[in-house]
Design a protein around this ligand. Structure first.
Ligand SMILES: [Zn+2]
Length: 176
């Protein structure tokens, strides 16, 4: 028999009841993590790898953004555990209403079925996978520029080119 979200919710509530140190986890969040195998729903990385990952580098992602689908804000099928990296790449991207994708629900939908959820998750995975190389490449350039500066070589022609690139992007640093 398939384990439903409500089954995981009961398990989560029991875990909290039996173990006072579990108080930091809301039953809903714990159930969402348990259902997802405590892995990022998009890249499969282990969210229990360390305390830093579990507490600071993870997110509770809305599969369909809550700003556009307010009725799905708390719907369990619209919530997944993710790593911060995937959550940031996906941001407000809408798997239901994206270029080259056919919408499968309306914006005032109140319920996501398991099949709709599975389809939307696979779209999100594809999207994040397609975006990741570009973002990783940008970071490699940022890293190179920072390392050049650390070595006191910032006046090189290459350094100037890369400095212009960073200013143009106007990105916030990761911890800014
Ligand atoms: Zn991830």
């Amino acid at each position: 028999m398939e384990i439903t979200f409500d089954d995981w919710l009961q398990t989560a509530k029991q875990m909290r009841k039996d173990n006072s140190f579990m108080h930091r986890w809301s039953p809903e969040t714990l159930a969402i993590w348990l259902r997802g195998g405590c892995k990022c729903a998009y890249c499969d990385c282990d969210l229990l790898e360390s305390r830093a990952v579990a507490y600071f580098l993870s997110a509770r992602d809305h599969v369909l953004p809550k700003s556009k689908y307010p009725a799905l804000k708390s719907h369990p099928n619209n919530l997944v555990p993710t790593c911060k990296a995937c959550n940031t790449i996906k941001a407000y991207w809408d798997a239901n209403d994206a270029a080259e994708e056919i919408p499968i629900v309306s914006t005032n939908v109140h319920v996501l079925t398991d099949d709709q959820r599975a389809e939307l998750l696979s779209r999100c995975r594809r999207y994040i996978k397609s975006k990741r190389p570009e973002i990783v490449h940008e970071f490699e350039k940022e890293k190179e520029l920072i390392q050049i500066s650390l070595r006191g070589e910032r006046t090189t022609a290459a350094g100037n080119t890369q400095a212009a690139f960073l200013v143009e992007k106007n990105d916030k640093p990761p911890c800014g």
